[in-house]
Design a protein around this ligand. Structure first.
Ligand SMILES: Cc1cc2nc3c(=O)[nH]c(=O)nc-3n(C[C@H](O)[C@H](O)[C@H](O)COP(=O)(O)OP(=O)(O)OC[C@H]3O[C@@H](n4cnc5c(N)ncnc54)[C@H](O)[C@@H]3O)c2cc1C
Length: 380
């Protein structure tokens, strides 16, 4: 077992860091303050991602055919670590890179691939993910948005909620029902300017315009918008989520925020206290545990193994690390978390509040760990 990075990995990380140093503007922290789903950061991504693509750093792990360079899985994670630690200048485009693109490569028609993959690989595509509904979040299979077949079209009616990026997205990766049960779910790739779609921002403490309600009223799309077959939707999202469970390496961001908190405490000559030091150590351990559990998932993926329970464990650990770090900061540097305090700590704190619910609640991951890892009966 070798935990060290190779010289090639180190060189790749340096290349990514150099790129960030040269391309992030002086006022980047004030842009990043609003979170990856904000209008500010989404707009920024539309100039940043094309440059990243030109440097060969947007989709290096994608096949050459689709603008990538067939680079190893580990490089994709190194890239993600540096991007998230910098505040995620790719905005919502990280989703394209991590899972929407790979899902289209696997399930898309030639026409869908030719239409959607090149703009993603060149850093010019904003998508949103239309999964959750009122009454269908953790229990996603309860979704009620319906797509009724009408000749060569589908007519979609229903409502989505908590949809990140919807305010600026061109396309929605939408789940809708064509029949009953899990087998009755299909995926549609819906242009957001289709008549009948209404987007309303939900005011929230995170970001500027980060989350939305999206209403579909008699939205007519051709059958060519369906991804895969009717009834294949559940398999498609299972594949998508297996890609995304550890897609946001927040342990790296948490770990660097913790370093910054410790540096601030030292500057204030407040790091000598034994309680402060032991709490910092606990937070550091949580970050490193999360990192190791995520690396296990990356290792499985790099070896081509199917996703197992490691991803569920890793996701819970990442959430815990987030919470430990922000709790540490709130306890010992409270002034940084109010008013004009410390923008990066505040941004981290706001995301830490929702990290255990966005992208699937941590409790649901614990249920899965209990069933799949500990072999406990369902509902025990
Ligand atoms: C910032 C943010 C961004 C988001 N972006 C998107 C997006 O872009 N697209 C999208 O489709 N969705 C998005 N979501 C929605 C997210 O996926 C859901 O919030 C999540 O799946 C939980 O669903 P829910 O909100 O309906 O909560 P519920 O499912 O009602 O859960 C409420 C609470 O009950 C707990 N709970 C529920 N069932 C169980 C159970 N069986 N056992 C134990 N505990 C349980 C949950 O853990 C949670 O704590 C986003 C959410 C947030 C906060």
């Amino acid at each position: 077992m070798d935990f060290a990075w190779s010289a090639e990995n180190d060189a790749f990380r340096t290349k990514v860091c150099d790129f960030l140093d040269s391309e992030l503007p002086a006022d980047w922290q004030s842009i990043a303050r609003h979170g990856p789903g904000s209008r500010e950061q989404t707009e920024f991504s539309l100039t940043f991602c094309p440059k990243l693509a030109d440097a060969g750093l947007l989709v290096p792990h994608w096949p050459e055919k689709w603008g990538g360079a067939d680079r190893p899985t580990w490089e994709h994670f190194i890239l993600g670590e540096e991007m998230w630690a910098a505040g995620e200048p790719r905005g919502g485009q990280y989703m394209n890179v991590n899972w929407i693109g790979p899902v289209l490569m696997r399930y898309g028609s030639e026409e869908q691939q030719a239409r959607y993959l090149p703009p993603m690989a060149s850093g010019r595509a904003i998508w949103c993910q239309g999964f959750s509904e009122p009454g269908a979040g953790s229990d996603l299979a309860a979704l009620r948005t319906r797509a009724l077949r009408d000749g060569d079209d589908y007519v979609i009616n229903g409502q989505k909620i908590w949809t990140s990026y919807a305010g600026m997205a061109e396309t929605c990766f939408l789940l809708a029902r064509t029949g009953e049960g899990r087998e009755g779910i299909a995926v549609f790739l819906v242009p957001m300017d289709t008549p009948g779609i209404e987007v309303r921002a939900i005011p929230s403490l995170i970001g500027h315009g980060d989350i939305h309600e999206v209403f579909f009223t008699d939205v007519r799309v051709p059958t060519s918008c369906r991804l895969g077959q009717e009834g294949e939707g559940w398999n498609i999202i299972s594949y998508a989520l297996s890609n995304e469970r550890v897609g946001i390496p927040r342990y790296e961001m948490s770990s660097r925020e913790l370093d910054a908190m410790v540096a601030e405490l030292k500057a204030r000559e407040s790091f000598g206290n034994a309680i402060v030091r032991s709490k910092a150590a606990e937070a550091a351990m949580a970050c490193e545990s999360a990192r190791m559990l995520v690396y296990r998932v990356v290792d499985e993926r790099a070896r081509g193994e199917p996703p197992g329970t490691a991803a569920n464990l890793a996701r819970v650990a990442v959430v815990e690390a987030d919470h430990k770090v922000t709790d540490f900061g709130m306890d010992f540097l409270p002034d940084c978390f109010s008013g004009d305090g410390h923008p990066a700590f505040q941004a981290h704190h706001e995301r830490a509040i929702v990290t255990g619910i966005a992208a699937g609640a941590a409790e649901i991951q614990l249920n899965l760990v209990a069933r799949r890892h500990l072999n406990l009966p369902k509902g025990a």
